[in-house]
Design a protein around this ligand. Structure first.
Ligand code: HEM
Length: 212
């Protein structure tokens, strides 16, 4: 008895996804924001990989390596600008997507769990911005990290623990830079991809809501 090959399974799966019709009501312009948010995330991953080729996550070398990327590396300034612009764009788009979900009442039963997954994705998106800002290791990024981590420290009961965890010590230092770098390029991307897969599987299973 022959078993179907892996190739055939993937092909069938892709064909099924491509052939899945978009319902008429979901063709309004405000339904595009989720997809556009995903597109900016993909651009961030690709430009982030390129930046990581030259970036050095140490207090001595970080600022100079960013300067090197901007001034010396071929198309480095372009890649950096795209990464910076798309980081802002992603925040705007994810908020527009969230507003669409509120406008069409798509957060209601049976999609309440996907709303919670979405809120986590929003926090992860903001986490990328917060951790990325420090990586340039200039005055603006440094003091933004000081303020951000101090805000964490003001959380009742667990504040001190959060502050220590985020700063990797009692103040923002080279250890904070390494910690933020690990979060920015490894932890946050992996967690985001896991949550995106859950988000998309649920959209696929429940279908896009009709809303209005
Ligand atoms: C990285 C961030 C996110 C990406 C890439 C993303 C992507 C998507 C995509 C492609 C869809 C399919 C429908 C559409 O495009 O509108 C969708 C649906 C949905 N999203 Fe998101 N999303 C993100 C964040 C969020 C956030 C922050 C929320 C809310 C707090 C949210 C809640 C939902 C809900 C409830 C649905 C189902 C809507 C329906 O069935 O009409 N998502 N998302």
């Amino acid at each position: 008895m022959s078993t179907p090959s892996r190739d055939v399974d993937v092909k069938t799966m892709l064909q099924e996804v491509a052939a899945h019709p978009v319902p008429e009501y979901a063709r309004k312009f405000y339904y595009c924001f989720g997809g556009l948010t995903f597109l900016t995330f993909v651009i961030q991953v690709l430009t982030g990989i390129l930046l990581a080729v030259y970036y050095k996550p140490t207090p001595e070398a970080a600022y100079e390596s960013v300067k090197f990327i901007t001034d010396e590396v071929a198309l480095g300034a372009v890649v950096r600008s795209v990464h910076r612009i798309c980081s802002n764009l992603m925040v705007v788009l994810v908020i527009l997507h969230m507003l669409r979900v509120i406008y069409t009442g798509s957060y209601k039963r049976p999609r309440q769990f996907n709303w919670v997954v979405g809120v986590t994705l929003l926090l992860l998106t903001l986490g990328f911005c917060f951790t990325g800002y420090l990586l340039i290791w200039d005055q603006v990024g440094y003091w933004a990290a000081v303020i951000g981590t101090q805000i964490m420290g003001s959380v009742p009961v667990v504040g001190d623990t959060l502050l220590n965890l985020a700063q990797a010590g009692s103040k923002v230092s080279g250890y904070t830079l390494t910690r933020f770098y690990a979060l920015h390029i490894a932890v946050l991307p992996v967690v985001t991809i896991v949550f995106l897969v859950i988000h998309f599987i649920m959209v696929r299973k429940q279908g896009i809501s009709g809303g209005l």
